[in-house]
Ligand binder design. Structure first.
Ligand code: SF4
Length: 324
């Protein structure tokens, strides 16, 4: 039976911006009332353009940023209430893989030191057990033990991302935020890293929040996909439902941007116009209305709530007046 591992309830992260001595201080609602759950061993993909709040959300879930309000529960325990030793223990269970593996690895540490550090910090096992764990994660990510004494700059981008994944795995986490883990890699290497993540999900039963700016990347490794726009999830559904029957105009536009490998196949293209508006002054009503080809006067006045539009017990959430 499926079991919820992570539960996020009404999470908000608002940043203040502007000068409070000279008038109004603007508020940037980077994450604005977001809720979702992830089951044990499952992956939720979170997709949207740059500036939609995906990475901020991932960091709030791990408490790398303190949320403004809302709850994050891991196995039923609200992590926002934890401090000291309990918080440190929780950090062992929740890890992150960063977008830029080079920037996230200390250039002055060898790979062995990078992998050993979390084990020492958390005082895991004996000396021999720590070394055995390092050997195990190196094998899992497909790196030879002979390279342990090398430094990050001696590796290719794909290998560095494998080291980043090994570092996330060494503490045997239950949950990993993968923050655009393949965006900085060549297309040929992307598939290898995605396959590795899919294997970890299956063999180790790890749950992932997989953040990407492109629906094509998450298509084959996510059980569910959430589409984010200006701090909110505007559509969320099981992956096969979302790719076959996208409902929100933003999701439809993101999907139509994925190239089809068959040159003879025809596809209706819906090009996204303009950029994501500034979260400091979002449009009124539906924040997507300034780019939406189906916007009506109602969309300017009223912010759409999220509704379940799924059939036969499937949860397919959409925040758009076309589905009220
Ligand atoms: Fe477009 Fe209106 Fe739906 Fe927003 S609510 S996505 S503007 S149709």
């Amino acid at each position: 039976m499926s079991e919820v591992l992570l539960e996020v309830n009404r999470l908000k992260k608002h940043f203040s911006a502007g000068n409070r001595f000279f008038g109004a201080q603007a508020v940037c609602k980077a994450v604005d009332d977001v809720s979702f759950t992830i089951e044990r061993g499952k992956t939720l993909g979170l997709v949207g353009e740059s500036g939609c709040g995906k990475s901020t959300l991932g960091r709030c879930v791990l408490r790398l940023y303190e949320p403004t309000s809302g709850e994050v529960k891991l196995e039923g325990v609200d992590i926002s209430q934890l401090s000291g030793r309990q918080l440190k223990a929780m950090r062992r269970d929740m890890q992150i893989i960063f977008q830029d593996p080079y920037a996230s690895l200390n250039p002055r540490m060898t790979i062995h030191e990078i992998l050993r550090e979390p084990l020492d910090t958390h005082k895991i096992g004996t000396e021999d057990e720590r070394e055995a764990k390092i050997a195990e994660v190196m094998a899992i990510v497909g790196l030879r033990p002979q390279v342990l004494n090398r430094y990050p700059h001696e590796f290719s981008g794909g290998q560095r991302q494998r080291i980043g994944i090994a570092r996330a795995l060494v503490l045997e986490p239950k949950f990993i935020v993968a923050d655009e883990p393949v965006s900085a890699l060549d297309v040929s290497v992307q598939a290898q890293v995605l396959n590795l993540i899919a294997e970890l999900q299956e063999k180790k039963g790890i749950s992932f929040l997989f953040i990407a700016h492109d629906l094509g990347v998450v298509q084959h490794i996510c059980d569910e996909v959430g589409v984010m726009y200006l701090g909110r999830i505007v559509e969320k559904a099981p992956a096969e439902v979302l790719y076959r029957h996208p409902k929100h105009p933003y999701t439809q536009a993101l999907l139509s941007a994925i190239p089809i490998p068959d040159p003879t196949a025809s596809k209706e293209s819906m090009k996204l116009q303009g950029d994501v508006p500034s979260p400091l002054s979002p449009p009124s009503g539906c924040t997507f209305r300034t780019r939406c080809p189906q916007a009506s006067s109602r969309c300017k006045e009223e912010r759409p709530n999220s509704h379940n539009t799924g059939e036969q017990g499937t949860e397919h959430l959409v925040a758009c007046h076309l589905y009220d």
